[in-house]
Design a protein around this ligand. Structure first.
Ligand SMILES: [Zn+2]
Length: 85
């Protein structure tokens, strides 16, 4: 009677996503590449071609570069800075 359904075990990978959301075109096609030899990270959108390069800090990860990328994109529109209290 009634076969038991095989339990589907999901393997949760603890890896960071490779692609990020582009602030310009809204696609999940932004990729950050860290070049530790050069001390630089490049962030490029594979869809619209939006790109930026930053110098990396110690312990910096791809996601941090992506944050800088987004900040600089929006920062280019409004130069006002909010002081951190
Ligand atoms: Zn884009």
């Amino acid at each position: 009677m009634g076969r038991r359904r095989r339990k589907v075990v999901k393997i949760v990978r603890r890896t960071l996503p490779e692609f990020y959301l582009c602030p310009r075109c809204g696609k999940n096609t932004v990729k950050a590449t860290i070049n530790r030899k050069r001390g630089q990270v490049t962030v490029v959108c594979g869809n619209c071609g939006l790109n930026a390069a930053f110098s990396i800090q110690p312990q910096m990860a791809e996601v941090d570069a992506y944050c800088l990328f987004v900040d600089s994109y929006y920062g280019a529109e409004s130069k006002e800075e909010t002081p951190v209290a």
